[in-house]
Design a protein around this ligand. Sequence first.
Ligand SMILES: O=C(O)CCC(=O)C(=O)O
Ligand SMILES: [Fe+2]
Length: 350
Amino acid sequence: MFIRASVYVRSFGLQRRSFANAAANFRIPVIDFSKFRTAQSDVEKKETADEIVSAFKNSGFIYVSNHGIPEDTVSNVFRKSAEFFKMPTDVKAQLAWEDPRSNRGYVQIGRERVTQSADADEILALREKAPDFKESMEIGRDWDSVWENQWPEESDAPGFKKTMLNFFQTCHELHVEMMRSIALGLDLSENFFDRKIDQQCHNLRLLSYPPIKRALLDGDGQARAGSHSDYGTLTLLFQPQVGGLEVMDPQTGMFVPATPIPSTIVINVGDLLARWSNDVLRSTLHRVVSPAKMISSAETITPARQSIAFFSNPNFDTVIECLPNCGNEARYPPIDTKTYIVGRLTATYM
Ligand SMILES: O=C(O)CCC(=O)C(=O)O
Ligand SMILES: [Fe+2]
């Protein structure tokens, strides 16, 4: 099954215009992952793996249904996340994100400006002019020998830590299965990635986008999250019903809404997996803007939005170099995961 991309796209000035034909070929397919997990034969497994890899080659994004994470689990994580962000600002500020090598803690509105730019001055100018209008809480593996998570007091956020740690593990397990499907889809052995991704060097990000005047959000260059690609291997994105996520159609360069589909997870390829695959798999630009559907034409406030992103990474010491079956000539020199990820984070935070 394929979802038709909406006919609405935005120019950078964020006015809506209709490009029905131009956007018509862009598809984010819905993949039924139970067909992979419960496949009766290798042939059956490979069929789903091929579907996934084909989508990652084309759009870089898929919706995954029957992913195995119970709805209750996801709604509980959303609930605990909402409780966290409701804590007083000074309590959250004590948990502040401090170091890109740790990438853990609370990030207040305006500290991050995601962008494709690698130029420090340009990023600073963007951040001053139009910071991302969001706050986030970043959580890493809890047993790291150097970096500690910034947990709130149990009395301030009851059950928060336990919920998030369980969810971290759940997402890790799904990501391992996904990477197995990618291995098969690239004609590698199913367990090719297993030992390279087993140290859980991931980042669970809780996101909260406060209500904001639509006119402000639609201002020049302003967004809830500016146009960017993700850094790691795969991002598992749990979207709310409030829309706003848009994905760039690589053929036309236009952004199209990735309309929320209940019970699915949006999964996209990050830059490191694109690099690992010698650009066979696509890391696609995306952003979060005010949702396309207005409650009424008189609506002036964009409703609050919450989302949960699990950014999965290879082990920090895994060297990323051109995978087998991904072309004869490597486009990029080898790089270890830690150098790459910490470098990207250093550029986007202040
Ligand atoms: O909130 C969302 O839906 C997407 C967020 C995102 O793309 C990111 O944090 O990298
Ligand atoms: Fe993203």
